[in-house]
Design a protein around this ligand. Sequence first.
Ligand code: RP5
Length: 160
Amino acid sequence: MTAPKVAILMGSKSDWPVVKLASDQLNTYGVPHESRVLSAHRTPDEVVAYVRDAEARGVKVFIGAAGGAAHLAGVIAAHTTMPVLAIPITSKLDGLDSLLSMVQMPKGVPVGCLAIGEAGATNAGILAVQILSTSDPALAQKLKDARRAEADRILKDTLS
Ligand code: RP5
């Protein structure tokens, strides 16, 4: 089995329908990855153990998704120097609480926070591919091809 290059963590299984969009992008680009439910608040010790082990196994990018008091990505970032991307999940406060929890990291411990919900999840997957593509020319070419295909699709749009 190929060692995962990206690790996706989410605070609850209830996040998965949205977070799956990040996994879908990684599958599209053929990037080996793994997805786990681990919570900064409900399973704090297991988050730390997982992040340390994943980095030792060669994971290059972490994605953390959570809603509400969304501390998961920040906790991941506290325990690794690999890049950490964050997906704010829609919550009781429409995800604004999640977004602010993720985006306001203290200086020195960065988290790259994407948009709330589905766009953020899709873009987290693509951004993880882009990070890996800096040392993988084949992946970089796939990204260029996908951008071109998307542009061609839009240019074919007609309005009635
Ligand atoms: C967060 O609390 C999770 O990431 C989820 O978005 C939210 C609600 O979790 P559940 O009550 O659905 O398990 O930790």
